[in-house]
Design a protein around this ligand. Structure first.
Ligand SMILES: N[C@@H](CCC(=O)N[C@@H](CS)C(=O)NCC(=O)O)C(=O)O
Length: 226
């Protein structure tokens, strides 16, 4: 290669960086958390469909090449695979300056609610919905237990939202985007958010954010084949 060609080679910053690819499927509220951030932030992204219901996340190639944890979401950027919705949201917020905390106190509050979401708010609901709507187990002691846990988590969030519009501060943050993962899905779970009016009003405020889209309009794979 001639010296002049090397000199004219674009710097790393100048070269065309491929758009982020979100490995996802429509029914994944965990993936929706990241898709919603990307959409609200106006970031140009593309979905990569993962056939979760046909065990794609369990395939050795998925574990080797995409996510050793065997989970969705994965945000692929320039060949780098980012995993865990909470960590991805934090990174995207840090990089864009959007939906983050304004000071250290807010940042710790946001982290607190993301952990609450992953452990209590999303986890129990997602499992209940999976069992009833997709695994079609019908009512069992497990679904009854999970429904009780969801109600407890919803009650806590409802009480918190009685005096504020969003989980932290006066505006939406990644804590809200994380907790919004599963609140828009229509599948029957035997739960009615109307009984938690502050939580229901918060959900409406999320849906009113400029650029908001329903998970089934953002990610591929809906409806499921019969
Ligand atoms: N805490 C993880 C949870 C991710 C998760 O459970 N994803 C589901 C799909 S919604 C999954 O891929 N599950 C596969 C498995 O657990 O084997 C996150 O927030 O990213």
């Amino acid at each position: 290669m001639s010296a002049s060609l090397v000199e004219n080679a674009p710097e790393r910053e100048d070269r065309i960086v491929p758009k982020p690819r979100l490995h996802c499927f429509a029914q994944s509220g965990n993936a929706y958390k990241v898709a919603l951030f990307l959409e609200l932030a106006g970031i140009d992204w593309e979905p990569v469909f993962v056939d979760f219901f046909n065990k794609a996340t369990q395939a050795p190639s998925f574990r080797a090449e995409v996510n050793a944890l065997g989970e969705i979401p994965v945000l692929e950027r320039d060949g780098v695979m980012l995993t865990q919705s909470g960590a991805i949201l934090q990174r995207l917020s840090d990089e864009t300056g959007l939906f983050g905390g304004r000071d250290a106190e807010e940042r710790y509050e946001i982290l607190k609610w993301i952990l609450f979401d992953n452990h209590k708010f999303t986890a129990q609901f997602a499992t209940l919905r999976f069992l009833l709507a997709f695994a079609k187990t019908g009512e069992t002691p497990v679904t009854e237990h999970l429904r009780g846990r969801v109600k407890a988590a919803w009650k806590l969030a409802d009480a918190h939202l009685a005096t504020r519009p969003f989980m932290v501060g006066e505006r939406a943050t990644i804590a809200d985007l994380s907790m919004a993962g599963y609140v828009f899905y229509p599948e029957e779970t035997g739960l009615d958010m109307a009984a938690f009016p502050h939580l229901a009003a918060w959900r409406d405020r999320i849906a009113a954010l400029p650029g908001w889209k329903h998970p089934y309009d953002l990610m591929p794979g809906h409806p499921l084949p019969a």
